[in-house]
Design a binder for this molecule. Structure first.
Ligand code: GUN
Length: 279
């Protein structure tokens, strides 16, 4: 039986640590406030945004919600971001993605001041990640590092294969694993001989956005498997990018869906919010 990597427990531990830290900060007169911006009413985004504001309330971080209609223009959104950038009572700014098609996401991300970019998406923070300078880390990959470390899985010298090359997960994941002295390969939709490559992995990180794409054939015996996917199957049940039932017997450790990577993303967002006020 593979070790089940319990993201629910590990994220609860992190949130508890942060709650205590925020309590101490409050005693010193320091408070934290996150601005949460949502444009339109994408149902998945509504759930994520609700979970983020709930986590803030639990930890003692103030949150201000800006729910804008789908018809909001890019100029209107830019104006709001500028205003939040300049507002000293706002410590972090989160713009929930995806934005409606008529708004240029990169333009908006680039407008958020790097010191308030708690998603870690601004090119300045991405650059700092790759050079090893201090900055905000993209939440999902940072959460995966915490899952591995807190499960006592060694990264140094290990062969890590990341399936997926997005700016939010795949690319920052590679930078973070490099920082831990792992050997890193990124595979993607154009990779040839994909299974040969993934079968080399001591640690396989799967972010392909395809339900149950990865089966036992992709896995080396004893590998650690991290599943970033989140889908609803035909019976409305949640599943990941990994076919859990097929892969689990072959793995030494594996994340479930739900209860694996998902809860860690929010925990690391909270970590980034607290980081805005740390000395
Ligand atoms: N949409 C999907 N994942 C994320 C995330 O990590 N941050 C934001 N802002 N939007 C997202």
């Amino acid at each position: 039986m593979a070790q089940l990597i319990d993201g629910k427990k590990i994220s609860a531990d992190i949130k508890e640590e942060l709650r205590l830290e925020v309590e101490t900060l409050k005693e010193k007169g320091v408070s934290v406030c996150l601005a949460v911006v949502q444009v339109g009413e994408d149902p998945a985004s509504c759930v994520y945004v609700r979970n983020k504001t709930r986590a803030c309330a639990y930890i003692g971080i103030e949150s201000k919600s800006y729910e804008l209609p789908e018809s909001t223009t890019e100029e209107e959104l830019e104006e709001l971001i500028e205003q939040l950038n300049q507002d000293p009572s706002i410590n972090g700014i989160l713009v929930q993605l995806p934005l409606p098609a008529h708004i240029d996401e990169d333009r908006i991300i680039n407008l958020i001041h790097p010191s308030k970019d708690v998603d870690g998406f601004h090119p300045i923070n991405v650059g700092r990640l790759w050079t090893g300078e201090d900055g905000f880390l993209s939440c999902t990959p940072a959460g995966i590092i915490q899952l591995l470390k807190r499960s006592h899985i060694t990264l140094e010298g290990k062969e890590c294969v990341i399936m997926g090359r997005s700016n939010i997960v795949g690319k920052p994941m590679a930078a973070l694993l490099l920082r831990e002295n792992a050997t890193v390969t990124i595979a993607h939709s154009k990779t040839e001989n994909l299974k040969e490559l993934t079968k080399r992995a001591d640690i396989l990180i799967v972010a392909v956005r395809k339900p149950k794409f990865v089966t036992a054939e992709y896995i080396k015996e004893g590998a650690v498997v991290i599943d970033v996917g989140m889908h609803r199957n035909e019976n409305n049940k949640l599943c990941g990018d990994v076919d859990f039932a097929d892969v689990e017997p072959q793995a030494s450790a594996i994340t479930p869906v739900p209860g694996g990577v998902g809860p860690m993303t929010i925990a690391m967002l909270m970590e980034n919010c607290v980081k805005t006020v740390r000395e």
